[in-house]
Design a protein around this ligand. Structure first.
Ligand SMILES: Cc1cc2nc3c(=O)[nH]c(=O)nc-3n(C[C@H](O)[C@H](O)[C@H](O)COP(=O)(O)O)c2cc1C
Length: 221
């Protein structure tokens, strides 16, 4: 099927050199949160599109993996938080099995960060505060969409939105639906990956220790 005229041929064979930068043990912050914050700020400065987007992997109740993109909305010493519908596929998966991993794919920087850990619901007050700060349209959408469930048509979805709009018409503030809120990933490993020449990339992993300190290991690329 592949021919010289195949427009995909170049795409599939491109071999970009990732040699511009390096990551050394001496460059790392003391903990993965500070290191991540520094790299996220740099990704934003260097104009990575949606630098807080991460691809999140969970384990369905039947044991199969599933993935999707979500947006990071908080980072502190407790972990990485994002918001979603607790009754969605990922929500149900995480409530049954908190094991999770996520990758921040910053391709234009030749970097990725991979987080491994457990995700648990954030405190209700945190979800309330985050929901209250969202645009009204997004609040109505959260009420209107039972994320991941099938629906007959786009029209049926838009009807649900009109119904919710009408229901909240007289309410200046829209309360958070109980089935919607945050998860926080408490990491046990965080890998910082920096592309290097000839595929000899730098991979430095923070590994959580029993005393909650961090050990750093270098992995072969
Ligand atoms: C750039 C981007 C950002 C997204 N951010 C979120 C998010 O923060 N929360 C969310 O629930 N879904 C988000 N989505 C949609 C999810 O990828 C996914 O379609 C949805 O959460 C349903 O996933 P599930 O059926 O596996 O639970 C985002 C999608 C993209 C492409």
């Amino acid at each position: 099927m592949t021919s010289t005229a195949d427009p995909l041929a170049n795409v599939l064979r491109t071999h970009t050199d990732y040699g511009a930068e390096k990551l050394e043990e001496a460059d790392l912050a003391d903990d993965p949160f500070a290191q991540f914050a520094a790299w996220l700020a740099e990704a934003a400065e260097r104009e990575v599109y949606e630098p807080n987007a991460m691809v999140l992997g969970t384990i369905d109740p039947d044991g199969s993996p599933s993935i999707r993109t979500v947006l990071l909305r908080g980072i502190d010493d407790r972990g990485f938080s994002f918001y979603t519908d607790y009754t969605s596929r990922k929500g149900r998966a995480l409530l049954a099995n908190p094991a999770v991993s996520a990758v921040f794919p910053w391709y234009t920087l030749h970097r990725q960060v991979i987080v491994f850990g457990e995700a648990h619901q954030v405190e209700a007050e945190d979800s309330d505060a985050y929901f209250a700060a969202r645009p009204r349209g997004a609040q109505v959408a959260a009420w209107s969409s039972n994320q991941s469930q099938a629906i007959a048509s786009r029209d049926a979805l838009e009807q649900k939105v009109r119904d919710a709009d009408a229901r909240f018409a007289d309410e200046p503030e829209i309360a958070r639906p109980e089935r919607w809120g945050g998860f926080r990933i408490a990491p046990r490993r965080v890998e910082f990956w920096q592309g290097r020449t000839s595929r000899l990339h730098d991979r430095l992993v923070f590994i959580r220790q029993p005393d909650d300190g961090w050990k750093v290991e270098r992995l072969q690329p």
